[in-house]
Design a protein around this ligand. Structure first.
Ligand code: PMV
Length: 327
């Protein structure tokens, strides 16, 4: 029996940063995202004879072959396999062989862990023969520890309700992928993996003197953003997306120890994006996750012009996409 699952990365317009419960990965605020059509992870899972015979093979972005991983990624995968068994109420009498491939650079602020763990959540539930609806599947994905994985389960544009308990902290689709032709053009400025993983950064978010202020502001921004989303008001939407990214990075930079994910290239490009908007009237907005790479947010009709402005960079263009699926 071999299960093959494909799951997208997602880009958060309203970010998740900081946890109300570390053990259950409950966030301090709700967040809102879009699944990415050209940034995804595919996993193939097979049963093996015994649990001690479990193995993980990873094919990185642009690599030709799968390479066996026996370190951190392997340990996290096996830990999540155990979590999935507990959640699903099934004990596996077998081990697993997992093969994972990715269409974009890993650990560079493009939500590779969200794509990976949402794919595993669906894969493990199929392997253990338990049918879950999208809500339950998103809860299982959240329990992987990469909370944003829950947002890669439902289709299109997704809201993660922060909730107050494990049952009430889940993701749901607010609109199908074709609701709005929003495009995320990822500018790959760096392919190197970040030094501090977001899982570690979340734990220290509340050491920032700006964190309480952010939590107050983020609720208001989310409300306003959902109104802009309803009316497909790109200008208001884009400005809120930028404010939100800056608010999260202000917290990251001022928490202890400080987290500086931007590179000098990132900073120079932010200036260029603002100038493009002001001088050329191009409606293009930025957002950045835990990495140096920039996501340019616009509508599809402006994409060609924007790509020509950034032709010197390696880019990945994404529209909104479906969530995790068996292929
Ligand atoms: O889900 P995690 O633990 O990988 O954290 C995601 C954190 C950000 O990407 C920076 C923000 C977000 O909401 O995706």
């Amino acid at each position: 029996m071999k299960i093959k699952v494909k799951s997208p990365a997602n880009i958060a317009f309203i970010k998740y940063w900081g946890q109300a419960d570390h053990r259950l990965t409950l966030p301090c605020n709700s967040s809102f995202s879009m699944n990415l059509s050209n940034c995804s992870v595919t996993v193939e899972i097979e049963k093996t004879q015994s649990l001690s015979d479990s193995r993980l093979f990873i094919k990185e972005y642009e690599a030709v072959d799968y390479i066996e991983n026996t370190t951190s990624a392997y340990k996290k995968t096996m830990k999540f396999f155990k979590t999935a068994q507990d959640f699903l109420g099934k004990k596996a009498e077998f081990g697993i062989k997992v093969k994972s491939s990715i269409t974009f650079p890993r650990s560079a602020g493009i939500a590779s862990s969200a794509a990976y763990f949402s794919a595993l959540a669906l894969g493990f539930s199929k392997l253990l023969e338990v049918e879950l609806d999208k809500k339950q599947l998103s809860i299982l994905a959240r329990l992987s520890g990469s909370g944003s994985a829950c947002r890669s389960v439902p289709d299109g544009f997704v809201l993660w309700h922060k909730g107050r308990s494990s049952e009430t902290s889940f993701a749901e689709s607010l609109a199908d992928p074709d609701y709005w032709q929003i495009t995320d053009l990822v500018l790959i400025l760096s392919k190197t993996s970040k030094k501090v993983e977001s899982a570690e950064g979340h734990l220290k978010a509340d050491t920032s003197p700006l964190f309480a202020e952010r939590l107050y502001g983020v609720e208001k921004r989310l409300k306003l953003m959902l109104t802009a989303f309803k009316h497909k008001d790109l200008e208001l939407f884009g400005h809120l997306v930028e404010s939100e990214a800056l608010s999260m990075h202000a917290v990251m930079m001022s928490q202890k120890p400080n987290l500086y994910y931007w590179s000098t290239k990132t900073f120079a490009l932010l200036r260029r994006i603002t100038a493009l908007r002001q001088k050329n009237g191009l409606p293009v907005y930025f957002t950045i996750d835990a990495g140096a790479n920039i996501h340019l947010i616009t509508e599809r009709r402006f994409l060609k012009q924007i790509i020509s402005e950034f032709s010197a960079f390696l880019t990945i263009s994404n529209k909104s996409a479906k969530g995790a699926e068996v292929i």
